[in-house]
Design a protein around this ligand. Sequence first.
Ligand code: 6LW
Length: 508
Amino acid sequence: MRVPSTPDPGTTLSNPVIPGFHPDPSVCRAGEDYYLACSSFEYFPGVPIFHSRDLVHWTQIGNVLDRPDQLRLPPGSPSSGGIYAPTLRYHDGRFWLIVTNVSGDGNLLVTATDPAGPWSDPIRLPGVHGIDPDLAWDDDGNCWCTTAGVTQVRLDPHTGRTFGEPRRLWSGTPGAKAPEAPHLYHIGDYWYLLIAEGGTERCHGVSIARGSGPQGPFEPCPANPILTHRGTDHPIQNTGHADLVQGPDGSWWMVLLGVRPQGGTPGWHVLGRETFLAPVTWSDGWPVVGELTPDLPRPPWPLQEPAPAPVREDFDDSELAPAWISPRSRSAEHCTTKERPGSLTLRARGESLDDPEVTFVGRRQQHLSFRARVLADPAEGRGGLAVRLDEQHHYEIEATAGEVRVGARVGSLRSSVASRAVPAGPVVLRIEAAATRQVIDARQGPDTVTLGLEDADGTFTELATLDGRYLSTEVAGGFTGRVIGMYAATGTVHFDWFDYEPLDADAA
Ligand code: 6LW
């Protein structure tokens, strides 16, 4: 039975530190500032980047790949394809980010002097094979690029030229699958090679080896895996894909991904893989990971909590804030705040949410329970508000002039669940997810998703309540999480505002 803890904002800090679909975190420090980047898969713009002063509170400052020529996702490229696992480093006065576009350009390297952007055009890396590339510089100025497998090649990061063939460094723990997510660090007398292994599902873990130089040979830590939650009923599962960083006081910390399954057996996670923080100590020259808990131990330095995010997005700015993402690409022709000032105008290009090219603008679901509302004007088309896991897994409430309809797609099953005639004109559409707080029956799903509309006086009319498990990674597969957003299925639909608010315990 899983009963999620209720964070008390006064005394505890809560993990995950970046909730919602933010996997494969990579972190670096530049003076007093920390920056962190994540995978983004089929979404544009790609590679969300965050800033923090305390490692606990993170604010998104941009997306690294925010120009169409930096992020080419061909039409029809699969969901959970695209951008995998960046490594972000600060070296020689600039920021370096290496990442893989598995749907096209392969491994890419970009640089910036300000991590909020602009980032450079990508340098292609044809000599770097494999996903999860890492960058590390040795004292002689050589740059080592290490990838899943685990293999390594020397790289000129200014040109992308590689020297020699990639060489195998370590295969991880015998019997464990998928040695990946390598990061190489020079700490004290050793070079440490941190990896993930066991696969990114329930067997995921973090292991480490050390050697006297960046090329090894590497000796595995006798305590491997140094972190895993496999085979436990810990509320945080799938823990792995870590990166190490020092806190403001010189203490060591790890950022890593984990998931929060909810409901009965086996548990379903709906927010994707999220970014967590864990304390690290050292014993005999090996890192020891402290408890990874939903209540994060309070670090001993001053915390800088940002102001809470506003509930309402009014679309008053000429550019969309960096949290807004769209599948594969976004063009001003199909998505603009300039056509009707103070509104988001979406012009259909796919035919429905089943279409990989659908015009959709959304934000990650970051709370187990939330309410989203939009004011949609469907006078010139058909569109609405959706919870999207991918093209084959979505629930939506859609408006046309005179009618509102709830639809659901789960794999090959499509259903028109409910409909209601409404007066022509703008309509408020609402979706709420309510997490399962107490499991009374082991077959209970992770949450319920309620879709409906509001009358002019704010009265809510529910049209359908659906089991949330069908929009979970355990059902749909893949590497992403739920995204809540607006879409146009035909013609043009204007959205005057979009509200997103956490509910109940998630409000902290
Ligand atoms: C990523 C791999 C992994 O490249 O999942 O959890 C893959 N780890 O390291 C996609 O995120």
